[in-house]
Every structure is written in C-alpha cells, then in structure tokens.
Design a protein around this ligand. Structure first.
Ligand SMILES: [Zn+2]
Length: 298
C-alpha cells in the first residue's frame, strides 16, 4: 500500500499504522457509501435526480436513513433507545439524534398545521440580512406562519448563503411563498395554546466553508418544466410588459404556466405590473395574491 507522509507525521511507522487503520475501518464499516464493500446492499430508491440511491441500507431495513419510511424510522428510534440503555450509544451521540428528531417531528406536524410555533433553523448572525431580504419582497417575517418563516430561512440559506442561483429565491418569493401563505390562511386565535410535539432544537447556521458540500448545485428535479407560454397576444400595447418579461421571467414562469388563456395571462401580467410599479403597496400585493389564489384553486 502506498501512502503519503504528511509533514505532521514525523514517524513513517506511525503514518503507516494510521493509514492502514483507516483503510481497515473503512472496509469493516463500509461508511455511508460503503467504500470497499460492494457486496453490501444499497438503498436503491429513485432520487429526484432520477438516479438510484447508492447509500447503504440501515442494518435490518430496506432503505438508507434518508429514505427510511416513517414506521421503520420509529422502529430505529426504539432500537437506538435500547442501545443507549445498554450503554452501547454515547449520551452525546444520543443527544444529537434526539435534536435531529425534534426537527423532523416538527416539520411533520407543520404539514398538518403551519401555525404550530417553533423553528428548525437558526440563522444567528444572518437573521437581520434575511429579514431585510424578506421585507424587500413585502413579507413581515413575524406575521408569517412559523412553518413558512422557517421554510423561508432554509430557502434563504440555500440560495443566498450557499451561493445557489438567484432565480430560485425570486421564484420562491413571488410564487411559492405567496401560494403557501394563502393556503395557510389567517392566523388562528388559539396559536398560543399550540405546542410542537417535541421541544425543537434549531440547527445553527454557519457560512459554508470553501469546500463545503453546500456549494454544490442542487440535483435537477425529475418533473418536467412547463415551457413558458408566448405572450405576443397579451397586452402588446403596454411597453412595460415587454420590458417586464425578460427581467422577471423567473417570477412569471410558474404563474403563466397555470394560465388557461390570454385572459388569465393578462390578469397575471397586470397584477404583477402593478406590484412592480409600487412594490410597497398592500393593495397591489393583495391583488397579486388574489390572482395566484384564483389560479391555484382551479
Ligand atoms: Zn436512500
């Protein structure tokens, strides 16, 4: 076996033992990706990129940890508690696992009720910058349902902090988020009485390092992207529309894809134009949300 002797390894014998030990551990445990163990069964679930998941199965289950089904996840949690009782899982590792579980259970509860208070992410030093970006788009973070404020923070981290394409943030703010806000409805009177299923421990966010995985682009989703509809027959008299289109293609693509005719397209463009002319106007924002609601309700 060849190995590099790093400057820190003054003793070549030590270096040899280090590398051989590493190689042995890798082949014994396989690691998450099963290096050196092609014989171990892989998860095989079809991912969003359309490839088959190559992670190792969790021992005793059919899938990897990421793709584990809810019932299996519960079984795994019970197994871990058992390991902890028998002294085979360290308290520190158990705490990390419980913290992660507090976040996943809250995310699951939010699927049913987005007004349950709590957070799964803490932007710490980046929070003011995030709030500024949200205010610029006309959203008061404190008025949003906690589930959507949380979702926006994750999105902001992914797009703004990890340096992913800016388009994604604009599409999120102008289409995805308003649609979800409408779906969540008005703040219910009894929000104070709601409690998350476990006390959530939010993930603390740091800036990504130079070689962080977070800098890698997201996999392209499998679903087909609907091509943008031509707008030649819509409000051609308005010069602003032709100016609007190339600049805001990202925001307009999704709403226009849901349109059923020139009438719908005109409604979308007019509402969007009004919003762009006066971004601070509550009326324009309400009108834009109304158009989106009409389109998504059909
Ligand atoms: Zn998997």
């Amino acid at each position: 076996m060849t190995f590099v002797v790093w400057p820190g390894h003054a003793d070549p014998e030590l270096a040899r033992r280090y590398y051989e030990g590493n190689a042995r551990r890798r082949s014994e445990l396989g690691g998450r990706l099963g290096f050196g163990r092609p014989d171990l069964p892989k998860c095989g679930v079809t991912t969003r990129a359309g490839t088959s998941c190559r992670c190792l199965r969790v021992r005793g289950f059919e899938r990897c940890y990421t793709h584990l089904r809810l019932a299996d996840r519960k079984k795994l949690n019970a197994r871990r508690e058992d390991l902890f009782r028998r002294g085979k899982l360290s308290p520190a590792k158990r705490r990390l696992l419980l913290e992660r579980r507090s976040r996943t259970t809250l995310a699951a509860a939010w699927q049913r009720d987005p007004w349950i208070p709590g957070a799964t992410i803490d932007l710490v030093d980046f929070e003011p910058e995030f709030r500024q970006a949200m205010a610029y788009a006309g959203f008061a973070v404190d008025d949003l349902p906690p589930a959507l404020a949380d979702k926006s923070r994750w999105k902001w981290r992914r797009v703004q902090l990890d340096g992913q394409p800016d388009d994604a943030w604009r599409t999120f703010l102008s289409f995805d988020l308003p649609k979800r806000v409408v779906k969540a409805g008005e703040r219910p009177a009894d929000t104070d009485s709601r409690r998350p299923p476990m006390m959530p421990v939010p993930l603390v966010v740091k800036a990504p390092g130079p070689y962080s995985k977070r800098r890698r682009p997201s996999p392209t989703p499998l679903r087909k992207v609907t091509p943008m509809k031509p707008v030649a027959n819509v409000a051609t008299d308005d010069d602003m529309v032709s100016e609007l289109f190339p600049r805001y293609a990202a925001e307009l693509r999704a709403p226009l894809a849901m349109c059923e005719g020139p009438k719908d397209e005109r409604a979308v463009l007019t509402a969007f134009l009004a919003l762009m002319r006066d971004p601070g106007s509550a009326d324009a924002l309400r009108c834009w949300h109304g158009v989106l609601r009409t389109l998504s309700d059909r």
